[in-house]
Write a protein that binds this ligand. Structure first.
Ligand code: Q46
Ligand code: ZN
Ligand code: ZN
Length: 318
C-alpha cells in the first residue's frame, strides 16, 4: 500500500483525502481548512469583511468549527444558540448550550441565546405533541422554529448574513432525498448562498458545504474544540441519516462521489440559469406554485406565502 505523506512538509499525515489526492499533517490540515473556507467564501460571493455575520451554533463540531474558522479569518461574527429544550430539558440541550457558551467565553465572542420554552412557553417536543405531530414529525416543527428564530434574531440585531455549519455530507444527503422525490422547489433552495427574498430576511450561507463530515471532525479535534459528540436524540431514524449511510457506501466504492454529486448539481443549476433563466424560472414557478410575491406576517413581520399569520405564528398561537 502506498505510504502517504503530508504534501506540505512530508510529515506523517493525520488525514488522507482521496477526492483531492491530498494528505496533510496535524499542523497543515487545519490551515488548509481555513484557507479553503476563505476561498469558497470569495468564489461563491458569500459575504464581505464589512458585513456582520451571525452563525447558528448547536454546540456540535460543524457549527463551532465554522465559528472558529470565521473568527480566525477576522470576520465580524457572533453566534446564536437556540435552546429547543430537546429531550425536555434533560442532558442534550443543556450540555450543547454549555459547550457553545464555553467556546464563546474562551474567545471573548458574543453569543446570543434564545430560550424557546422561556420565550414561547413550550419546548419543541411539547409544541410537536400539541400539533399531534409526535416524535416522528418533531423535526418539521423544530425546523420551522429554528428558521423563524434565526431570521428574526438576525433582523432584530442588525446582522447582514446568517451562516450555518452544513457540511458536504448534510448537503449531499438532502440533495439525494430531493432528487429521488424530484422536489424541485427544495432543490432550488439548496444552494450554498441563498439571497434574501423579503426585506425581513437575510442572506443565508453555508461556508462548509464542500467539506466532508470526517474533515470537520478532524478539524475540531485538531483545534481542540470541545463540542457535543452526541446527535440530537431525534436524529436517529431520520431520512437524512439513512441517505448519509447510502452515500457513505457509494463513497467507499468511489472516492469523491459525494463531492462530485453535489458540485455537478451546482454546475447544472448554473448552466440552466445562464442558458434559459427566464424559462427555467417560469417552469419552477409553475411547479412550485410560487408565482406571487412573498407576503408579510402581520404578527412577526417575517415573510410568508400565505395570507395572514405565518406558519410559525400559527404554531405558537395554537
Ligand atoms: S435538532 Fe431538531 Fe435536528 Fe433534533 S429535533 Fe430533528 S431537526 S434532529 S438538525
Ligand atoms: Zn505538514
Ligand atoms: Zn409570523
Amino acid at each position: 500500500m502506498r505510504k502517504h505523506r503530508c504534501r506540505k512538509c512530508g510529515a506523517p499525515p493525520v488525514i488522507n483525502m482521496p477526492q483531492h489526492r491530498l494528505a496533510l499533517c496535524g499542523e497543515h490540515f487545519p490551515q488548509w481548512v481555513v484557507e479553503q473556507t476563505e476561498r469558497f467564501i470569495r468564489k461563491y460571493r458569500m459575504f464581505t469583511r464589512r458585513e456582520r455575520l451571525l452563525v447558528a451554533v448547536s454546540g456540535g463540531k460543524d457549527s463551532l468549527s465554522l465559528w472558529d474558522i470565521l473568527w480566525q479569518l477576522g470576520y465580524i461574527v457572533d453566534g446564536l444558540y437556540i435552546n429547543l429544550e430537546i429531550n425536555d430539558g434533560k442532558r442534550y440541550s443543556a450540555e450543547s448550550q454549555r459547550k457553545a457558551e464555553r467556546f464563546a467565553e474562551q474567545r471573548t465572542l458574543r453569543l446570543i441565546v434564545v430560550d424557546v420554552p422561556g420565550k414561547y412557553g413550550e419546548s419543541i417536543s411539547q409544541m410537536a405533541q400539541r400539533c399531534r405531530r409526535g416524535d416522528g414529525k418533531i423535526c418539521a416543527v423544530c425546523g420551522l422554529v429554528k428558521r423563524h428564530i434565526m431570521d428574526q434574531t438576525a433582523r432584530d440585531n442588525g446582522y447582514d448574513v446568517l451562516a450555518t455549519g452544513h457540511n458536504l455530507d448534510d448537503e449531499a444527503a438532502t440533495l439525494l432525498a430531493n432528487t429521488l422525490a424530484w422536489e424541485i422547489d427544495s432543490m432550488l433552495r439548496q444552494k450554498p448562498v441563498l439571497e434574501a427574498r423579503h426585506p425581513a430576511q437575510r442572506r443565508k450561507v453555508k461556508p462548509l458545504f464542500r467539506f466532508y463530515e470526517r474533515e470537520m471532525a478532524a478539524y475540531a479535534l485538531l483545534r481542540k474544540i470541545d463540542y457535543i459528540n452526541d446527535e440530537c436524540p431525534y436524529a436517529e431514524g431520520t431520512r437524512s441519516i439513512f441517505y448519509k449511510r447510502i452515500l457513505n457506501q457509494l463513497e467507499a466504492d468511489q472516492p469523491g462521489a459525494k463531492l462530485k454529486f453535489y458540485l455537478s448539481f451546482l454546475k447544472a443549476w448554473e448552466r440552466g440559469g445562464l442558458l434559459q433563466k427566464q424559462a427555467y424560472d417560469d417552469e419552477v414557478r409553475l411547479v412550485t406554485g410560487d408565482n406571487e410575491q412573498l407576503k408579510t406576517c402581520p404578527s412577526c413581520g417575517q415573510p410568508t406565502t400565505s395570507i395572514g399569520l405565518c406558519a410559525f405564528c400559527r404554531l405558537v398561537e395554537g
